[in-house]
Design a binder for this molecule. Sequence first.
Ligand code: ZN
Length: 305
Amino acid sequence: MQTKLILPARDPLPDAYRLRLDDTCYVRRQPERQYEGRFFPHRYFVLSDVCRPPSISPRVLTVSPVTNMTKPQTGCLHDYQLTTEDMKTLESADAFVINGAGMEGFLDKVIKKQKNLKVVDASKDIDLLSENGEQNPHVWLSVTAAIQQVKNITEQLKAADPQHADAYQANSDQYVNKLENLKKEMHAALDNVPNKDIVTFHEAFPYFAKEFGLNIISVIEREPGTEPTPTELEATIQQVNVLPVKVLFTEPQYSPSAAETIARETGAKIYTLDPVVTGQADDSAFNAYIDTMHKNMETLKKALQ
Ligand SMILES: [Zn+2]
């Protein structure tokens, strides 16, 4: 899929920049100083702002082809499979921005093949939550951690491309400011909801729950895309049955059928929470994270009354 991303045009090149939104982000420097950014769909909010061509330069270009490699039906990022085509794209990259925290299982293979590829780890030094000895990679769902991710990406891009350090920093400061406002607004809306117990669809929300003081009492599908076993289903039904306010949260990326079964058995209401993992790569995506988190906030406010 290709769409166009329009950036502010002032002068025609010579500084030609191209941004490509994709499932990961890379910055490519060619002799004519051409840039490409590839983004995680749930990440391009971060990267489109941080990696975008230096807007303080008087010679900023224009039109960028945007490719969304991870199709909306891919589900959460751990369903994504590295393809030969993606490998080729990575071969031309100087830097590769990853979510980290174990999300990119394919990464070892990439690094082994490309010794000169700079890997920008967005989750560097972030305290990770684990369950059953496994780290949970859905770090970005905490706004606090998302801010840290923006700062991590900024620092590492500055190091990889010192010539544009000021621009990365300026873009980053601007975006962090927006995220700080989002965080304040979400805390104001959610800190005092009367009910704090939620059942989510897959293991995407522990960071979110921790930030906003919610308790995830059960998860509908332990492996997203894999129907729960009858035993798991029965366990969830029992957990939901004792809740004072029975609410289930499905995710737009997955089938709600298991949640519907639980709802039938318990009388629970179904709402949708979006783990901000997918979306179209068009210019509306610049605010995709903030817009989606807003929607999640409104949903929770309503569901947890
Ligand atoms: Zn996930």
